[in-house]
Design a protein around this ligand. Structure first.
Ligand code: HEC
Ligand code: HEC
Ligand code: HEC
Ligand code: HEC
Ligand code: HEC
Ligand code: HEC
Ligand code: HEC
Ligand code: HEC
Ligand code: HEC
Ligand code: HEC
Length: 327
């Protein structure tokens, strides 16, 4: 709306006013109620509240906003797509923004029930999202209500840029930046020296999470953490002849998913990691052999950060003699 001259404004207002007053514009467009969108009855134009000529009416005033116009170069504006807002029978702008008749009658001075998108919009988030889910229920909506985003008032438009030709959240290299605007602690974790290659762009948040919601913990793409991890790290899927109980339980017993100051994304370095569960009395935590060696050196059992020097198959072993996870 920026850059309007007074004359331009007057002309546009006059155009709309003439249209409305003369009744030349049918208030209920011919295409309303044919395709996607709310059901038609009660069949009075006022009850439906749509503007007269769909996008043409809206554009009388909004054409000047170049950013809005890029919408016409996106998948939503395909004229031939009967499922889309601009397909035959589509409600066009109002498929997303809702009935705009009152907004037009107020010459745009009031939103007047128009759906305004975004987290800080006066339109309730559930109503915003319902506009999108009306068409996207089948593809992205199946677990939306089960997810943490729906439960915490996040709107589709918090992540998606609908009027833009490039939607950064759907580009692998920029998705994490969008997520990071809200999840700053997670973004910081990926700056740690050891991390999944998200900052490098090799993978992204949605490699492990479904931002549209799942019924699993933390909206993981698979039912459990282990299934998620082993969908890529297949060598640790098991089952193993000799299992290591914390591994079958949850990879997260020893690893952080995002980033760590320890190599291999470990929560702690061995032996401290191992000793969180394994007794620090007797083998392996205290040196075998007599105490007080003349050299003052500890027993080799504890040398070089230890445990995995010997227990190298810490994820499980398939060797017949691998009970102690050493081969
Ligand atoms: C597919 C859904 C959809 C359609 C169709 C659509 N919009 Fe939007 N509109 C949005 C969303 C979502 C936003 C929030 C900003 C964004 O995502 O780009 C928005 C933002 C806006 C804004 C707010 C101002 C701004 O600069 O962000 C205006 C005005 C607007 N749309 C007008 C229109 C007009 C006019 C049309 C028809 C030509 C239209 N919209 C079609 C979804 C839609
Ligand atoms: C008579 C001129 C006029 C017409 C016609 C018009 N608008 Fe507006 N619209 C405005 C003005 C003025 C604003 C407020 C300034 C702004 O935010 O751009 C506005 C704001 C908006 C906003 C943003 C509201 C907000 O609070 O940020 C949306 C969305 C919008 N219009 C959608 C539409 C749609 C959809 C149509 C067609 C059904 C339409 N407009 C028709 C003048 C108009
Ligand atoms: C009238 C039905 C309709 C409405 C309303 C609608 N969409 Fe869509 N949307 C479509 C269709 C059709 C496509 C194209 C799908 C395809 O090509 O497979 C699409 C594509 C998309 C895509 C992928 C774009 C691409 O380039 O492939 C995203 C993201 C999207 N919609 C989000 C939204 C959001 C967010 C809203 C609400 C602001 C919304 N949609 C409202 C019908 C709709
Ligand atoms: C937390 C961020 C986020 C929110 C909120 C979000 N999306 Fe998405 N959406 C994404 C990401 C990331 C992708 C691309 C990755 C993918 O396809 O899983 C995507 C992809 C899509 C696609 C394209 C899917 C395809 O298969 O091509 C559609 C359509 C879509 N979203 C619609 C919606 C709708 C509708 C809502 C609101 C109910 C919504 N999104 C809310 C992040 C989000
Ligand atoms: C507009 C802000 C916002 C954006 C953008 C956003 N989120 Fe969220 N997200 C939230 C809120 C709010 C919660 C719920 C509170 C919490 O757990 O922090 C949440 C929760 C989550 C959770 C935790 C779920 C749980 O059950 O504990 C995951 C995982 C998540 N988001 C992933 C993502 C991903 C991936 C993206 C980018 C595609 C993203 N988020 C973008 C606001 C956002
Ligand atoms: C390698 C897989 C993976 C990647 C990549 C990943 N996550 Fe996670 N994320 C997880 C796992 C596993 C959990 C923990 C689940 C649990 O608590 O059991 C988690 C937890 C979360 C949580 C909730 C707990 C917390 O730490 O706040 C949020 C929010 C989250 N991730 C957001 C993100 C965002 C944003 C990105 C991208 C910047 C991302 N994740 C990338 C696997 C991943
Ligand atoms: C989408 C595939 C994918 C998923 C899912 C995944 N990872 Fe990874 N993981 C990778 C990639 C790629 C690397 C980097 C490998 C490299 O740099 O050579 C990596 C690296 C690692 C490393 C560090 C390897 C090293 O040599 O330092 C660990 C540990 C790891 N992942 C554990 C996990 C855990 C635990 C999960 C589940 C929470 C998980 N991964 C889920 C792809 C994945
Ligand atoms: C009991 C603790 C523990 C659990 C639980 C655990 N790991 Fe590990 N993991 C380690 C240790 C210790 C290392 C470092 C090994 C090394 O440096 O040789 C490691 C290294 C890795 C590596 C990188 C090195 C390699 O061999 O590729 C990946 C990937 C990995 N773990 C994935 C997983 C997955 C997936 C799970 C869940 C199925 C899991 N880990 C469960 C302790 C654990
Ligand atoms: C989260 C707790 C936990 C952590 C951390 C952990 N373990 Fe274990 N470990 C167990 C449990 C539980 C068993 C099964 C004990 C049993 O069956 O009596 C086990 C079994 C073992 C066994 C086989 C013992 C046997 O008699 O079957 C070895 C060897 C072992 N762990 C070494 C390690 C090493 C090395 C580390 C560090 C890299 C480690 N563990 C970290 C819980 C843990
Ligand atoms: C120098 C090699 C070596 C190092 C280092 C080592 N272990 Fe062991 N560990 C062994 C041997 C040998 C056994 C006995 C295997 C057998 O009984 O078959 C064993 C047995 C175990 C057992 C099984 C005990 C039992 O009752 O059967 C556990 C648990 C274990 N080690 C944990 C650890 C942990 C934790 C560390 C690091 C603090 C560690 N080990 C360091 C060689 C080592």
């Amino acid at each position: 709306m920026k850059g309007w001259s007074a004359v331009g404004l007057a002309v546009r207002v006059a155009l709309v006013a003439v249209g409305l007053l003369s009744g030349l514009m049918p208030v209920r467009p011919a295409w309303a109620g044919q395709g996607a969108g709310p059901p038609a009855p009660p069949n009075t134009p006022a009850a439906l509240g749509y503007s007269a000529h769909g996008a043409d009416t809206c554009l009388l005033c909004h054409r000047g906003n170049a950013h809005l116009m890029t919408l016409f170069r996106t998948a939503h504006a395909r004229p031939g797509d009967p499922r889309g807002p601009f397909g035959p029978g589509g409600l066009q702008c109002e498929a997303c923004h809702g009935p705009g008749g009152a907004h037009v009658k107020a010459f745009g001075r009031k939103p007047a029930g128009i759906v305004v998108f975004g987290r800080h919009s006066p339109t309730p988030v559930a109503r915003q999202n319902a506009m999108c889910l009306g068409c996207h229920q089948a593809t992205v909506g199946h677990a939306w209500l089960a997810g943490a985003h729906a439960a915490n008032g996040v709107s589709c438009a918090d992540c998606h840029r609908i009027h833009d030709t490039v939607d950064p959240v759907r580009v692998q290299a920029t998705e994490a930046t969008v997520c990071g605007t809200c999840h700053q602690a997670v973004r910081a974790a990926f700056l740690a020296p050891y991390h999944h290659p998200v900052p490098e762009g090799t993978m992204t948040c949605s490699s492990c999470h479904d931002p549209h919601g799942t019924t699993s913990r933390a909206m993981l793409v698979k039912a459990t953490t282990n299934e998620t991890c082993t969908s890529c790290h297949t060598q640790f899927r098991g089952p193993f002849l000799w299992e290591h109980q914390p591994v079958t339980e949850n990879c997260g017993n020893c690893h952080t998913p995002h980033g760590s100051v320890q190599p291999a994304l470990l929560k702690e370095r061995p032996p401290i990691l191992c000793q969180a569960c394994h007794d620090t009395v007797g083998h392996p935590s205290v040196p075998y052999g007599p105490p007080g060696l003349p050299t003052g050196l500890p027993n080799p059992y504890l040398l070089a950060g230890g445990c995995i020097n010997c227990h190298s198959q810490v994820h499980g072993s398939n060797s017949p003699s691998g009970r102690a996870l050493m081969r």
